[in-house]
Design a protein around this ligand. Structure first.
Ligand code: 13P
Ligand code: ZN
Ligand code: NA
Length: 283
């Protein structure tokens, strides 16, 4: 069955490699992601935003992920990405998610802490680990739109206090990445990340990894980054392959044919990302 991200991430944190967390929007992408993990023998995290849950249906999502995990040859976790409220988290816990993120990053510091504490209490009593964010990651993630000027790097003092007081299981700092693709190669604040790594004892999460160069992602793994989130690039290759398919076969109507090349492209992308994340494994 599904495992929690706590089990997956603690090992990665101690051994300096990272696990890919992939935005899973439908059955095809779920199967594609798991196939990629299996081909490389790597655990995978399937993650869904509130927008995806609304589109798929929470019980369908849980059932598909559970069915996938049942036969997968690698550990699989089902994670709520950018949980938008306590209520959404509770729904995910009831549905059987094995990991949740609460995103209170747009709230004032004290309110963010209070919300995260409340979520941690509920999630931990269900045996489910919690990810939370401090600072503001720019870009567009579903209904979450943060203009670049409002993106704000995480303050390391605040990070230390935040992680200590909330008792979260993984921490997403803002250190220069953004959701979506980039106009130019982002400059990541590695000194800041190093500082946060030294002041916390908690697996760190890189959001917005689509479009970040492999070298930059791998450098972040030296500073405690253990979960790396990819969404936009998966959507891009999936859509690109469907467009190509219909260009070549405009009369095709069979879903069992239409999605096959798209699924394979996603698997190849997932493999490339996992390769990148395991490339600096020091054990
Ligand atoms: P990208 O869309 O840039 O890959 O970001 C994904 C993400 O951070 C999901 O939480
Ligand atoms: Zn994100
Ligand atoms: Na990105």
């Amino acid at each position: 069955g599904l495992v929690t991200t706590k089990e997956i991430l603690r090992d990665a944190y101690q051994n300096h490699y990272a696990v890919g967390a992939f935005g899973a929007h439908n059955l095809e992408i779920i199967k594609a992601v798991i196939a990629g993990g299996e081909e490389l023998g790597a655990p995978v995290i399937l993650q869904t935003t509130p927008g995806t849950i609304k589109y798929v249906g929470i019980n369908y999502m849980k059932a598909m992920a559970e069915a996938a995990a049942e036969v997968a040859k690698v550990p699989v976790a089902l994670h709520l990405d950018h949980g938008d409220s306590y209520d959404t988290v509770i729904k995910c816990l009831r549905a059987g998610y094995t990991s949740v993120m609460i995103d209170g990053s747009t709230l004032p510091f004290a309110e963010n802490i209070n919300l995260v504490k409340k979520v941690v209490e509920a999630a931990h009593s269900a045996g489910v680990p919690v990810e939370a964010e401090l600072g503001t990651i720019g870009g567009v993630e579903d209904d979450l739109v943060i203009e670049d000027v409002k993106a704000l790097l995480t303050d390391p003092d605040a990070a230390e206090q935040f992680v200590k007081e909330t008792n979260i299981d993984s921490f997403a700092p803002a250190f220069g990445t953004a959701h979506g693709m980039y106009k130019e190669e982002p400059k990541l604040a590695f000194d800041l990340l190093d500082d946060i790594y030294n002041r916390t004892d908690c697996p760190l999460v890189m959001h917005g990894a689509s479009g970040v160069a492999a070298g930059s992602v791998q450098r972040a793994l030296d500073f405690g980054v253990t979960k790396v989130n990819f969404s936009t690039e998966l959507k891009d290759v999936f859509a690109e392959e469907i467009r190509r398919f219909f260009h070549e076969h405009p009369e095709q109507n069979d879903p069992r044919k239409v999605f096959v090349p798209a699924r394979n492209r996603v698997t190849n992308l997932v493999k490339a990302k996992i390769d990148m994340l395991q490339g600096t494994c020091k054990v």
